[in-house]
Design a protein around this ligand. Structure first.
Ligand code: FDA
Length: 542
């Protein structure tokens, strides 16, 4: 089989834009039109199929919601985080499983009914791929699959894929004040999408990505089998830790290695405008932040200030720090390495790790950690994001041009995240996330807006900014972060996906790991059932 795949891979590359294996739901468009007249009988047939694949003890009636159901709309809207997609095409069914059996039955019946499947955990996908599709589809929403079992003695946790990061952090902190987990800052992000796409946060310089700290996983594959690490094998287990789960199956739960955090951590925030010398500070930050001690994380957030006042808008840069230790240790390090920032004892606040989670999520540290359990935070805005990686510090002129562009759009935000530390020590092929030792920092570009009519203008600005940055960021490939999904980088055709076509975006996200992902996908899902606009393609085997 492996020899077959190697030959198929060589053939595709040689032939260029050769069509790849197409999803087995190739008749879906025709099906869609026929469906208009046969909807209710199809609904019945799908539900009958679903029930027939469950053990009698496991039949529940509030798992499948059709568009006629009174709860359909509220469930669908509950985790749409980007309003840009709130009026997009809607799924034919929403399936809200309570256990593995429900997911198995959904996969089997979706195949039988030629329905496409999207899987949603926290709904934060930047391009809405977990809940929109141009072909008839079903959404499996995992919000019931969110139990968190923490074992402090053995330092691990099993977490359901539908849990949020907030629920995970809360559950760990309820059992220990010296354990944590290295993942993102936004508490409503789902662990299903986040960990399968990488996942970084304020302690990743010490412990690596969330995906680097997965010990085991349960996943339902294209045949409805429930696999764990042993039964899926090391290749597939490798692929779902950074290559995106959606290409390979439905991740049910993760077993995570907990990490040690000190009882006291320290934060500070120093904000400087351009007039206060922010450009010089960013210049220096670029050359030192990736070399800081693993315990020290200082990211730089660039945004417009005075956007609505009488003063001219300008750019400000906020240097936000989390240090895994006390103020005394932090000051001795930062005053030596970055004295220009002028950090003093007064700027620093000591707290527990879970309070630092609240702090970076924008809550007051006086709040109860219970706020992290709130998963219903509804977005009221549309947004577009992009990403880049930087290998060599951007020169002063480059930064000045960047700031000029930022000031044009008052809702733009750029987050510069320093690499180095543990990220530098992990091999770039250890997981599908390849951007490790050579990178100084990553950039996230973000713009948001309220009014649908502004979409073209705002996205136009984002694309101009991305073009402007080209000479200053990584090339061949121009690296991008999979979890900041960007369909501007390219998309698979439907129903045929070509390797060459998908290399456009695949190499940017995964670099040299892309080809291994393609090989794993070809074995795990040879008929490309788990297709989406940026799913890993399947090689055509003869
Ligand atoms: P969602 O449910 O939309 O899923 C995203 C993708 O994963 C989809 O393709 C989906 O089908 C697939 N998927 C989800 N669950 C799956 C499952 N169980 N099995 C198989 N496939 C599954 N990132 C970061 O690294 N650090 C950070 O600090 C942040 N912060 C942040 C804040 C905000 C406000 C947003 C909107 C996003 C971030 N992110 C981030 C990016 C985030 O990590 C990324 O969007 C994740 O994919 C979101 O995962 P969700 O489960 O929430 O999304």
């Amino acid at each position: 089989m492996v020899g077959k795949i190697t030959r198929a891979y060589e053939r595709e590359v040689k032939e260029g834009d050769v069509k790849m294996a197409s999803p087995k739901f190739g008749m879906s468009i025709l099906f869609f039109f026929l469906c208009i007249s046969f909807c209710s009988s199809t609904d019945q047939s799908f539900q009958q199929c679903f029930s027939s694949h469950l053990p009698p003890s496991n039949i529940t009636y509030d798992v499948i919601f059709t568009q006629d159901s009174s709860q359909y709309s509220s469930i669908l809207q509950s985790s749409i985080r980007n309003l840009r997609f709130s009026n997009a095409s809607k799924p034919r069914y929403l399936v809200t499983p309570y256990n593995e059996d429900h997911i198995q039955a959904t996969i089997i019946c979706s195949k039988e009914h030629h329905m496409h499947v999207r899987v949603r955990s926290g709904g934060h996908d930047y391009e809405g791929l977990s809940y929109i599709s141009d072909v008839p589809f079903i959404v499996i929403d995992l919000f019931h699959i969110r139990s968190v079992m923490v074992d402090i003695k053995n330092e691990y946790a099993w977490v359901g894929a539908g849990a949020t990061l907030g629920e995970l952090y809360y559950s760990i902190s309820a059992k220990s004040n010296v354990h944590g987990f290295p993942a993102g800052s936004c508490p409503t992000v789902g662990v299903g999408g986040h960990i399968s796409g990488g996942g970084f946060g304020t302690i990743f310089r010490k412990y690596g990505l969330a995906a680097d700290n997965v010990i085991d996983a349960k996943m339902i594959d294209v045949n409805g089998n429930v696999l764990d690490r042993k039964s899926m094998g090391e290749d597939l287990f490798w692929a779902i830790r950074g290559g995106g789960g959606a290409s390979f199956g439905v991740i049910f739960s993760w077993k995570l290695k907990l990490v040690r955090v000190p009882p006291t951590v320290t934060v500070f925030k120093t904000v400087k405008s351009l007039e206060q010398g922010a450009t010089k500070l960013v210049q220096k930050w670029q050359n030192i932040a990736y070399k800081f001690h693993h315990d020290l994380f200082v990211h730089a957030v660039i945004q417009v200030t005075n956007p609505n006042s009488n003063q001219n808008p300008t750019v400000q840069v906020s240097f936000d720090c989390l240090f895994l230790g006390t103020t005394e240790r932090l000051l001795s390090s930062i005053q030596r390495s970055f004295p220009e920032l002028g950090v003093t004892q007064e700027n620093c606040t000591e707290m527990s790790w879970i309070q630092s989670v609240l702090y970076f999520a924008g809550y007051s540290i006086a709040e109860s950690a219970d706020v992290l359990l709130n998963r219903t935070t509804q977005s009221t805005q549309s947004f577009k994001g992009k990403s880049d990686y930087v290998k060599e510090a951007i020169p002063k002129t480059g930064l000045e041009g960047l700031f000029k562009m930022v000031v044009e759009e008052e809702t733009s935000v750029l987050i510069l995240t320093p690499y180095g530390g543990r990220m530098k020590q992990i091999k770039s092929s250890a997981t599908p996330f390849p951007y490790r030792s050579e990178y100084l920092y990553g950039i996230q570009y973000m713009i948001s807006w309220d009014v649908a009519e502004e979409t073209g203008k705002r996205i136009g600005w984002m694309r101009r900014l991305y073009k402007y940055m080209e000479p200053y960021v990584s090339t061949a490939p121009r690296a991008a972060y999979f979890n900041y999904r960007d369909l501007d980088l390219g998309r698979n055709s439907y129903p045929n996906t070509s390797y060459v076509e998908s290399s456009e975006w695949g190499l940017k996200y995964f670099n040299h790991n892309f080809n291994r992902l393609v090989r794993v996908k070809t074995l795990a899902d040879p008929h490309n059932f788990f297709w989406n606009e940026q799913s890993i393609p399947v090689l055509r085997l003869e």
